[in-house]
Design a protein around this ligand. Structure first.
Ligand code: HEC
Ligand code: HEC
Length: 435
């Protein structure tokens, strides 16, 4: 019989019993009285009659967690890389000794054990069903640890160095945390879905819903997490074959789309969507084995706006090619070194026309990155650099960028940059090619 249970039994049988009265020399002295035992003397008597050894608790309550195919409570905050199962080995001795050696069990103060702290973590608004799982895990580990630290035979087992706990690199664990995943979603998709809102946001799409049904409302108003969940549930994001995600295939017309062509492979929207979806898929399938594989966030942040720009007199030969405009702002020392706005879309050759709304751009973590959240472009003089993908290189490699070799012209433009489709800033396509 464990010394802990013995001392608890003694305690629970007395009315005036405190932790101080327990033998202070044993590691178990500070262990709080387990509620199950301390509540009534009747319950204590039954338990005491047949106290469970740590081994029995391990077999009955810990091993089932180890063998379970169900996700542990950890996955509520960790998309991948962390599972409670990682902290369990098939044998009790090895599990205990290696958890102690890894600093995850505190043999002197079992309730302070790091593994218990991990299990206790609860996200706000955690659904009842997850809380139940968490409570069960917590009760199982706590009971087992309290029983185990009271057994000298277990305390004397030396760790055999078997790996225990998550084996993914710490950078990978951090990257796959759901708060980080959400931040990346906001950065890459949420900031971009304004392009789709007219038909996919419930405050604006009554007509589409009437015609096509509720599933067309895949944007959840003001709630990026709920929008991500919905995209996953509705299979708009395909975590097994990311490039087959409907979120990519519909707007690029790779599959029929009620909204027509809204993007092309390789344009900015497509790149941002892919950036998130590819990364999500990798994490959902086990994550990154080394820190070096983790994709870096783009070094720019962007916001789409309702500021429209129109190019007239675009040569018809460019029909259906992707045209990208980058705007540089006039400063006291010449044009800004960084582009401040960009926009890309296919050219409509028959009407010699290109038009699209602008995305404001700033280097990540810069002061400008905060300013552009206002969705305003300061009035004044700008340089528009115009690129056309004449070789179709973005079609071949969506991750390619247009560069100096694709530049077809530069033109100065002065505007107040009003927002609204009806208030477009119009510039003439520069007639002579770049000097
Ligand atoms: C409420 C959300 C939440 C839950 C649930 C959660 N974690 Fe975490 N976890 C975090 C956060 C946030 C961090 C990073 C910063 C920190 O440690 O506080 C983290 C970091 C970690 C780390 C990184 C290393 C370290 O020492 O900080 C490990 C390992 C870890 N958690 C394991 C677990 C395990 C195992 C579970 C389930 C038993 C779990 N977590 C459940 C939020 C959570
Ligand atoms: C002019 C309106 C319009 C715009 C703008 C629009 N769509 Fe759509 N979209 C539709 C309609 C209508 C449907 C329903 C018919 C269909 O499935 O093609 C639809 C369906 C979809 C679906 C399938 C939804 C489901 O669950 O079946 C996806 C994914 C989608 N659109 C993505 C996009 C993306 C991404 C954008 C923005 C880049 C966008 N759409 C912009 C009209 C639009």
């Amino acid at each position: 019989m464990s010394r802990l249970l013995l001392s608890l039994l003694v305690c629970s049988g007395l009315t005036a019993c405190s932790h101080e009265s327990a033998p202070v020399t044993t590691p178990t002295a500070t262990a709080p009285v387990a509620p199950m035992i301390s509540t009534t003397s009747g319950a204590a008597a039954t338990t005491a009659a047949d106290p469970q050894t740590a081994q029995q608790i391990f077999v009955q309550r810990i091993l089932p967690i180890f063998q379970s195919k169900n996700p542990s409570s950890c996955t509520e905050c960790h998309l991948s890389g962390v599972h409670l199962q990682d902290y369990i080995l098939p044998s009790q001795e090895a599990t205990f000794a290696n958890l102690v050696a890894a600093g995850l069990i505190d043999a002197k103060r079992p309730d302070e054990s790091k593994i218990l702290k991990f299990i206790q973590r609860t996200p706000p608004g955690s659904p009842l069903i997850n809380q139940k799982v968490r409570e069960q895990e917590y009760a199982a580990f706590r009971e087992w640890i309290i029983a185990a630290v009271a057994q000298p035979d277990l305390l004397n087992v030396a760790a055999d160095g078997q790996p225990i706990g998550p084996q993914a690199p710490i950078e990978s664990i951090r990257h796959a945390r759901r708060d980080q995943v959400l931040a990346s979603f906001v950065d890459n998709i949420w900031h971009e879905v304004g392009r789709c809102a007219a038909c996919h946001s419930p405050d604006r799409n009554q007509k589409q819903v009437a015609e096509h049904g509720e599933q067309v409302s895949w944007i959840v108003l003001n709630d990026p997490q709920a929008t991500l969940d919905r995209m996953l549930n509705a299979d708009l994001i395909n975590a097994t074959e990311p490039e087959k995600s409907l979120l990519l295939q519909k707007p690029t017309l790779q599959v029929e789309h009620g909204g027509g062509q809204k993007a092309v492979a390789g344009d900015r929207t497509y790149k941002q969507f892919r950036r998130f979806i590819d990364d999500y898929a990798q994490m959902a399938h086990g994550g990154y084995a080394t820190a070096a594989e983790i994709p870096q966030p783009s070094d720019e942040v962007s916001y789409i706006t309702e500021i429209w720009l129109k190019l007239t007199g675009v040569p018809a030969k460019y029909d259906k090619q992707l045209l990208q405009v980058d705007l540089y702002r006039a400063t006291d020392s010449g044009w800004s070194t960084e582009r401040v706005a960009t926009s890309d879309r296919l050219i409509f050759g028959p009407q010699n026309l290109w038009q699209h709304s602008l995305s404001l751009i700033a280097p990540r973590d810069s002061a400008a990155a905060k300013e552009i959240a206002s969705l305003k472009l300061p009035p004044g003089k700008y340089l528009a650099k115009i690129y056309v993908d004449q070789t179709g290189k973005l079609q071949q490699d969506y991750s390619a960028e247009l560069d100096a070799s694709d530049l077809v012209g530069e033109v100065e433009v002065t505007s107040k940059w009003p927002a609204g489709y009806g208030k477009m800033t119009t510039i003439a396509f520069p007639s002579s090619p770049q000097e």
